[in-house]
Ligand binder design. Structure first.
Ligand code: NAD
Ligand code: DAU
Length: 348
């Protein structure tokens, strides 16, 4: 049985990847390693936690001895590395946290994998999951390709860019078999309500203000998280070693247009008079160093691996909103902090 380590599997994207791998690949044993920071929530994957091919391990990727011992015990065949500090606003408040987790943590995993695999890389693979933010900001034209030079602007994107460079360096210098993907903005279920879409859904439900940074004309390329998980599965199994693939939704929205659409759908779902939620929109001080526009050219992964999004934005948004409305307990547990007791209740 192959042993696969997934880091950050209690987070938003990681939980979708863990669920997919545990249910699709009974021939693998999936080890989910997560430090359970504020962003880690074991309720995200409680539906698969009893599966016999799944083990949760609480631990910090920055802890050198711990990661080395863990690898020593299991000698993993593959690593899918998603653990990270992921929120741009938090990186502006506490950049060092991002350096520790995103740079040192990634370095630590790379180094341990290299040392434990001892140059025998047959059947081994290190998959680093990264972001389109490493490319910086687009103007009104053009798309990010795999050849776009790195030009990160926030402490978050600088830390992800640095970790990407180390992954490539380990490939070039030590021959570590890696694949790397840079993806655009994800949305979907189990998304922590600090990011635009889940925050605004939660605020609309609770009649709270919707803070739009700056003039709201910033553009993001949105991808349904389950389509990202499909792409990750494909790249892990069929991607070429030492290659990078961009992943995106072909789905650009200005923040203000997206928020207006969200307000309209939510008014309908909540039986509120048309225009009610839009009144909650409030323009606030801009995010420092705010990138104007991200948009991905995902033609390489489409051409070489046959991936494209399966869900339209209308379908994805509908599924996402319905999930939050049908899982108000999840939202309440997250906003009250109760979710952080889950590990104690289930595992100790
Ligand atoms: P998230 O913040 O929801 O989850 C991150 C997970 O990592 C959490 O479970 C957290 O507990 C865990 N973690 C944090 N620090 C850790 C540490 N030191 N040791 C072990 N675990 C730790 O993040 P997400 O949005 O699911 O993003 C996952 C990955 O995908 C990140 O690497 C991110 O950069 C990348 N990414 C995210 C998006 C997006 O739109 N969310 C888009 C492209 C790429
Ligand atoms: O592009 C991929 C990246 O997308 C990922 O690497 C990051 O982990 C992920 O957090 C996301 O980064 P963004 O900064 O684009 O996402 P966020 O949801 O924080 O913001 C989306 C846009 O909405 C951005 O232009 C800022 C704006 N915004 C955000 C919040 C939280 C607001 O106007 N108001 C808000 O309250």
């Amino acid at each position: 049985m192959k042993k696969i380590l997934i880091t950050g599997g209690a987070g938003f994207i990681g939980s979708h990847v863990v669920r997919r791998f545990v249910s699709r690949y009974p021939e693998y044993h999936i080890f989910n390693l997560d430090a359970l920071t504020y962003a880690g929530n074991l309720e995200n994957i409680k539906d698969i936690e009893a599966n016999s091919n799944y083990t949760f391990i609480k631990g910090d990727i920055v802890d050198e001895k711990f990661i080395n011992d863990l690898f020593g015990i299991h000698n993993f065949d593959g690593v899918l590395h998603l653990a990270a500090e992921s929120h741009v606003d938090r990186s502006i408040e506490d950049p060092l946290r991002f350096v520790k987790t995103n740079i040192i943590g990634t370095m630590n995993l790379l180094n341990v994998a290299k040392n434990q695999w001892k140059g025998n890389f047959d059947g081994k693979r290190f998959y680093h999951i990264s972001t389109d933010e490493v490319y910086g900001s687009l103007g009104n034209e053009g798309l990010f390709t795999e050849k776009t030079p790195y030009d990160p602007n926030s402490p978050y994107s600088a830390s992800k860019a640095s970790s990407d460079h180390f992954v490539r360096a380990y490939g070039e210098t030590y021959g570590l078999p890696y694949v790397l993907t840079n993806c655009s903005n994800n949305y979907g279920s189990h998304h922590f309500p600090e990011k635009l879409i889940p925050l605004f859904i939660n605020n609309i439900i609770n009649n709270k203000l919707l803070p739009i940074y700056g003039d709201g004309n910033y553009t993001r390329d949105w991808l349904f998280v389950e389509d990202h998980a499909i792409a990750i599965d494909l790249v892990f199994h069929e991607g070429k070693n030492h290659e990078t693939y961009n992943i995106g939704g072909f789905n650009e929205w200005k923040n203000i247009d997206l928020v207006r659409l969200l307000c309209k759908i939510m008014d309908g779902k909540l039986g509120r008079e048309k225009g009610t939620s839009e009144k909650l929109i409030t323009y606030v001080k801009d995010r420092p160093g705010h990138d104007l526009r991200y948009a991905i050219d995902a033609s390489k992964i489409n051409r070489e691996l046959g991936w494209k999004p399966t869900v339209t934005f209308e379908e994805g948004l509908e599924k996402t909103i319905n999930w939050y409305l049908n899982n108000e307990d999840w939202l309440k547990n997250v906003t009250s902090g109760v979710y952080q007791d889950y590990y104690k209740k289930q595992y100790s």
